[in-house]
Design a protein around this ligand. Structure first.
Ligand code: DGL
Length: 266
């Protein structure tokens, strides 16, 4: 059995570059920690795949991160969390942190009692999401929208394109017509779309994502397990692996120091 040490890295995986939105929060909250990030872009999007396939891919990513001695794994993907985290927690003896759409906080914030959620088909159809949404107060109206095509455009580097604007407008306008005042981003790729969403909605709604909450929870669990790295004198580089073209990943982390971005098969 692997011995977990505080100096070991934190593993993070996503179907692509979406989890970088989570990595940024984790890096901000835990600057002493080394991280190894897997962008499984060759298999993106996960959102349209079956629960079985999403679980298989999550196992593959986990096994790779365990080979690299990760002490904790962040499933930086709502689709993989809602479909596979139970299996991962039952199969491996290390802590897993997942991410789920923040509909509970949104339901407490909304004044119009109407909340929109944009997520993948895999997340919205999952048992875990159904369980979470069944606990929301009955007088809150939750409008679900599958963000079909958004992840593909982001992975193609078309975050700020006309195509993206039109597709998002198609998804958001019906929600705005129904008077949402909160929009939950239920996919880790979507925080990259916040500037476009703000333009379409005239900055008139609250946009809610769970990145900071994931970083807080990671810190809490590491400290509870006595695995927080308190040594700030020698921090190993943060490593980013992608199994497809590395240019987009490189662009997204270009402002950070002590970074390695590599293409690798995993
Ligand atoms: N970033 C992912 C999520 O949070 C996955 C998107 C996808 O691959 O479809 O759901």
């Amino acid at each position: 059995m692997m011995i977990l040490e505080a100096e070991n890295p934190i593993g993070i995986f996503d179907s692509g570059v979406g989890g970088i939105s989570i990595w940024k929060e984790v890096h901000k909250a835990l600057p002493n920690e080394q991280t190894i990030y897997l962008s499984d872009s060759i298999n993106a999007p996960y959102g349209q795949k079956s629960k079985e396939r999403i679980t298989e891919l999550s196992i593959k990513n986990t096994e790779y991160l365990l080979k690299r001695n990760c002490k904790l794994i962040i499933v930086a993907c709502n689709t993989a969390t809602t479909n596979a985290i139970k299996h991962l927690r039952n199969s491996y003896n290390i802590p897993f942190i997942g991410i789920e759409p923040a509909i509970k906080p949104a339901s407490l914030q909304t004044k119009t009692k109407t909340v929109g959620i944009l997520a993948t088909k895999g997340t919205l159809n999952s048992e875990l999401f159904e369980k979470t949404s069944s606990k929301i107060d009955d007088n809150i109206n939750i409008i679900e929208q599958v963000g079909e095509g958004l992840v593909e455009l982001i992975e193609a580097g078309k975050i700020d394109s006309e195509e993206m604007y039109l597709l998002l407008e198609k998804y958001l306008n019906p929600m705005l017509d129904q008077n949402i005042d909160c929009l939950v981003l239920g996919c880790t790729h979507y925080p990259f779309l916040i500037p476009v969403i703000k333009r379409i909605t005239n900055n008139s709604i609250n946009i809610i994502d769970s990145g900071e909450a994931v970083a807080r929870q990671t810190k809490r669990i590491l400290s509870q397990e006595d695995l927080l790295n308190t040594n700030s004198s020698q921090i190993n580089p943060n490593i980013f692996y992608t199994n497809s073209d590395k240019r987009l990943l490189q662009t997204l982390v270009k402002d950070f120091k002590n970074i390695i971005v590599e293409r690798k098969e995993f």
